[in-house]
Design a protein around this ligand. Structure first.
Ligand code: ASP
Length: 329
């Protein structure tokens, strides 16, 4: 009798414990015992091709994913002809180039800067925030002071073409970001290295003609980027306000944790944005958001709201640009 009572008590305790830990039974992706595709690197938009090349130099020599993603996104950051990232980025409505970036490694170390001016490589400042401060995010003047103290050079980032375009824009001063119109874009990069570790980086000048001080999803861990070394990584591009609304990249990674493939996880996150946009009675036609995702097995996925988003993928089969599938057909 006492044995039976103790069995019943133990069973009751176990069921309470399960109720307190509802995730206990959720199968953790990725699947075990499948061939892992590594190294592999994925990044947003066509400038991802050159960025992947720089990342691949590190990954193919057994380098660390963190070093690869930083080196990769520094390529469009330094390119004055890439006018949505770093040097050459389009300014805000006051004519100021303000940059957002974040980085995350395999140990959940994170660093981020937002609304940073005069520094060509915000991703490296984000990495310095991660490695050299007790904080995870610095913004505006404070981020600039930190960058200068770290030895980053202060440079004018406003190139002639961006200034000319901004002066033209001042004639109407109408803020109207459009889907796939080249007045915004972001490089988000996620990689799995030969050791099987994941990292990610994300950097942008944000939406052209934004209000001064506006911050998008790109420097926000969980929105524009998320990495969980047990599960996978995701990064986003497009209308940052919509990505923040659903904590987009964290959602994609959590969906993978529940066993969804990277592709299905990206599709579900996009569906969530579409649903909320409709619920809020906002027009969908001008909204674009794209997600790319990679799981611990090196499987990838990508999905967006409107057609027109592409991403670059580099693995043992080479580096190529792929059109992402989309929802509004
Ligand atoms: N996500 C970026 C932002 O909202 C812009 C983009 O990727 O197009 O700042």
């Amino acid at each position: 009798m006492s044995n039976r009572r103790s069995f019943i008590q133990k069973a009751a305790i176990a069921s309470v414990a399960f109720a307190l830990d509802p995730f206990k039974n959720i199968a953790a992706a990725p699947e075990r015992n499948v061939a892992v595709q590594k190294p592999i690197v994925l990044s947003t938009w066509r400038f991802g091709i050159q960025a992947n090349e720089a990342a691949w130099k590190i990954l193919s020599k057994n380098g660390r994913a963190l070093d690869a993603v930083e080196a990769g996104v520094r390529v469009p950051e330094a390119d004055p002809n890439e006018r949505s990232v770093g040097y050459g980025g389009r300014p805000d409505r006051d004519g100021r180039v303000t940059l957002d970036a974040c980085i995350m490694d395999e140990n959940a170390n994170i660093g981020s800067v937002a609304c940073l001016e005069y520094i060509k490589h915000p991703i490296s400042v984000a990495r310095a925030v991660m490695e050299k401060t007790p904080h995870v995010m610095l913004v505006g003047e404070g981020a600039l002071q930190f960058a200068l103290a770290q030895g980053f050079p202060k440079e004018n980032l406003l190139v002639e073409a961006s200034e000319k375009e901004w002066k033209e824009w001042l004639k109407t001063s109408k803020y109207e970001p459009k889907a796939n119109i080249e007045n915004h874009d972001t490089i988000g990069m996620i990689a799995l290295d030969a050791q099987g570790n994941l990292s990610g980086a994300c950097t942008t000048s944000g939406m052209a003609n934004k209000m001064h001080g506006r911050v998008g999803d790109s420097p926000i861990i969980g929105a524009g980027l998320y990495v969980d070394n047990e599960i996978g990584a995701a990064t986003a591009t497009g209308h940052g306000e919509e990505v923040i609304r659903i904590a987009g990249c964290h959602l994609v990674v959590e969906l993978m944790r529940q066993g969804k493939t990277p592709q299905v996880a990206c599709e579900e996150a996009v569906a969530r944005i579409i649903k909320l946009t409709k619920q809020r009675n906002k027009p969908l036609k001008d909204i674009q958001v794209g997600f790319i995702a990679l799981d611990k097995n090196g499987r990838h996925g990508a999905y967006c709201i409107q057609g027109g988003f592409n991403f670059a993928l580099n693995d043992s089969s080479g580096n190529r640009l792929i059109d992402a599938d989309y929802s509004l057909k």
